[in-house]
Write a protein that binds this ligand. Structure first.
Ligand code: FAD
Length: 418
């Protein structure tokens, strides 16, 4: 249907809650897709909307001042309401309740992201830090500059990136991880094993099977110093403690709204990112969606999902009556920069999928592939961006692969088809 002949839905008021990547991209995608009605973007943080990945990288090291999105909201006719917190939704009345009063909507998009998990009993304890917001990064930056000794709790993606930056800044770093390896929730033991070595190579101490019992005030080079007490009784002095033990969807404020939430508090969206409430969508870190490609519901806490999902939401909002936009069925993708390595992952795998190596994990560059029967379903590439780009396309296309060719790192991945 041409743009001229297509009859669009009447322009309604769209309210987007959460001014992070997913919220901002939803507002922008609406304009890109021709929506001319009022768009209001509401965000709890007082700052101009900003991007999070640089927070654990350039912003932390002080090589970038900030990471505000380079978007002219005014020119796009997007009304920003910052420092405004959503407190609840009344879907039957099409009203969002906020700290600034009720906001009526015709379409509401939930994009409130995720919030980091805390160590029990450490809320408000000075010197125990999280890394999710610009304010967090700004609090941590001077600690790195002063080269405090730092204990990082959690060897996940954020813990590894923070440890990388802290080592680069010259801090003594100990990472404590309750599991037997880094990234235990995301990767199998054989894939995480080579990553364990990265910590030592970078001069960081990694202690696995190390569960934090409590954090006490005490010695350490910071002000005030702390002691991290582990379950086995070990006492680790720390100038600062940084906690990176995961995040959960920021959806507590939806209690009582009737909007269906999943086991992790995520908004249960359908394949067009619509929620159980009429005219309410959910996108980004706060939501999960049914993946047709993988046959299960996915909750993806990565940047690319907060870029792609909004296009589906916008397409559904601007769709003319009777028009059905494409379902949201991405090949998930993310990257991480840790210990001088560029790590990229595309797809989704389970323990039942077959693991296949391309290259030596002791070397600087290698790839792991996961196959379901003869199809590539996921890959992790360390320093091999070409593998990632080609693999992502092969996963998307569902191409049958030849495992013998796939295992040869000298062969381009795209040539390893059956
Ligand atoms: P968010 O970015 O969390 O934005 C949600 C916004 O909603 C927040 O500003 C929040 O204040 C606001 N909000 C919450 N509740 C309310 C409320 N009740 N009312 C109003 N506003 C509210 N991904 C990668 O793929 N690669 C990386 O290298 C990478 N690095 C990262 C580094 C850091 C330090 C962090 C924290 C994340 C990183 N990520 C990375 C993940 C990626 O940044 C997130 O997946 C992405 O930001 C999700 O976007 P979002 O808009 O869904 O949520």
């Amino acid at each position: 249907m041409s743009e001229q002949t297509r009859e669009r839905a009447p322009e309604r008021r769209v309210v987007v809650v959460g001014a992070g990547m997913a919220g901002v991209q939803t507002a922008v995608a609406l304009r890109e897709q021709g929506f001319t009605g009022p768009v209001t973007l509401i965000g709890a943080e007082p700052h101009q909307p900003y991007d999070r990945p640089p927070l654990s990288k350039a912003v932390l090291l002080g090589t970038a001042e900030g990471s505000a999105f380079d978007i002219d909201f005014e020119a796009l006719g997007i009304t920003l309401r910052l420092g405004c917190e959503a407190l609840g939704v009344r879907p039957d009345e099409h009203v969002l309740d906020t700290s600034e009063g009720p906001v009526p909507y015709d379409r509401l998009v939930l994009a409130t992201g995720a919030e980091p998990l805390r160590l029990p009993d450490t809320e408000g304890v000075s010197g125990v830090h999280l890394l999710r917001t610009l304010d967090d990064a700004e609090r941590l930056r001077p600690l790195l500059a002063r080269q405090h000794d730092i204990v990082v709790v959690g060897a996940g993606w954020i813990g590894a990136e923070f440890a990388t930056a802290a080592r680069e800044a010259g801090c003594a770093v100990t990472v404590v991880e309750a599991a037997d390896r880094p990234l235990a929730g995301a990767l199998p033991a054989e894939v995480a094993a080579p990553m364990t070595r990265w910590y030592a190579e970078a001069g960081a101490v990694l202690r696995t099977h190390a569960r934090v019992r409590r954090v006490e005030p005490g010695e350490g080079s910071g002000e005030p110093g702390h002691v991290v007490v582990l379950d086995d009784g070990s006492r680790l002095p720390a100038g600062a403690v940084v906690v990176g033990i995961g995040a959960r969807p920021a959806t507590a404020w939806l209690a009582g709204s009737g909007i269906a939430l999943g086991a992790h508090g995520e908004v249960l969206a359908d394949d067009r990112l619509r929620t159980s409430a009429a005219d309410v969508y959910a996108v980004g870190d706060c939501a999960s969606f049914p993946s047709g490609r993988y046959g299960e519901r996915l909750m993806v806490h990565h940047w690319d999902n907060a870029l792609q999902g909004p296009r589906t939401v916008a397409a559904d909002i601007v769709a003319a009556a009777g028009e059905l936009p494409e379902p949201y069925d991405p090949v998930p993708y993310f990257w991480s920069e840790q210990f001088g390595r560029f790590v990229q992952y595309a797809g989704h795998h389970t323990a039942a999928d077959t693991t296949l190596w391309r290259g030596d994990p002791a070397s600087a560059a290698w790839t792991v592939c996961w196959l379901r029967e003869d199809r590539l379903v996921a890959l992790l590439a360390v320093g091999r961006p070409r593998d990632l780009a080609q693999g992502r396309r092969l996963i998307q296309a569902g191409t049958a692969m030849d495992p013998r060719l796939l295992a040869d790192p000298a062969q381009p991945l795209k040539a390893a088809t059956a």
